[in-house]
Design a protein around this ligand. Structure first.
Ligand code: HEC
Length: 167
């Protein structure tokens, strides 16, 4: 090997050492929470305090289910797909695929688990607490049950009118 190369590499490394190792954590900056006095005790005027306190579960109505369908299509279907199969557009573009939501003939883990996952996220899925209100999160849970049931419906689930029209 020619000696010029290592020499050039060493001088480059020295240059990096001299210029590139500025520790930014040591530079001067304001820390707004440095003293307890400066932490805001009251909400800033013009803003609303955010609490995610336990919230009553809304009544199950057709309107709630329809709201849940719309919210699911807007917020969840991009990844989970309208069917819940987990092959939504974002996944088709490379995001890791979630497991099918309806795997066990309906829902994974029960309504509280579903509400928790929507609220706080799970694994690489982010939570929706800031984007979807508690009632709407319950609406999505209700819709997931309806979606699961629709995919595992039997003749016993059908009304006499539906049965009359069925093949
Ligand atoms: C950006 C893509 C993305 C979006 C948007 C998204 N999810 Fe997910 N979701 C995932 C992925 C990926 C997982 C698997 C997470 C893991 O375990 O790492 C997951 C997991 C879940 C699970 C857990 C299933 C189980 O095994 O318990 C539920 C339930 C769920 N999502 C529901 C929803 C609902 C409802 C919405 C809409 C409010 C939503 N997700 C929005 C990607 C997404």
């Amino acid at each position: 090997m020619k000696p010029a190369r290592p020499a050039r590499f060493v001088s480059f490394a020295l240059l990096l050492l001299a210029t590139g190792c500025d520790d930014m954590s040591k530079q001067h900056k304001e820390n707004p929470y440095a003293s307890a006095d400066s932490a805001p005790a009251e909400p800033v005027p013009g803003t609303v305090e955010y609490h995610d306190a336990p919230h009553p579960v809304p009544r199950l109505t057709m309107g709630l289910l329809q709201r849940g369908r719309d919210e699911y299509h807007a917020f969840c279907a991009p990844c989970h797909a309208e069917t819940g199969n987990g092959d939504g557009m974002v996944v088709q573009r490379g995001f890791p695929a979630p497991l099918p939501l309806m795997a066990a003939g309906g829902q994974t883990g029960g309504p509280m688990h579903l509400h928790d996952v929507i609220t706080s996220g799970q694994g690489i899925m982010y939570g929706f607490a800031q984007r979807i209100g508690s009632d709407d999160r319950w609406a999505i849970v209700a819709y997931l049950y309806a979606l699961g049931r629709s995919q595992h419906a039997t003749r016993a689930d059908m009304t006499p009118e539906q049965l009359a029209r069925a093949p």
